[in-house]
Design a protein around this ligand. Sequence first.
Ligand SMILES: [Zn+2]
Length: 95
Amino acid sequence: MATPELTIADAIREVTAAVQQAINDGYRSRAIDADDLVEVLLAIADRLDPPVPETTNEVAFPCPECGESDVDRLIWQDDEFVRCDSCGTIFSPGE
Ligand SMILES: [Zn+2]
């Protein structure tokens, strides 16, 4: 499971990679100024907290029996198993 630290580190890595690519492609100067810094910091913030919220409420591994994918209807039983509230199936996501 992604920790907040990992999420932040990934956002910084993605933005950094995009900036490096822009420099390599010649779109961006190697000499940064205050505007560049602000732009990069805002880009990281946008990745962590998108201006347009993601509307999906679906899990990566829906119920294998009935296909239920609403995160509110798939209840963790322990570290391994999830119980589907729609049909009662207990399954191990990702297997
Ligand atoms: Zn189900």
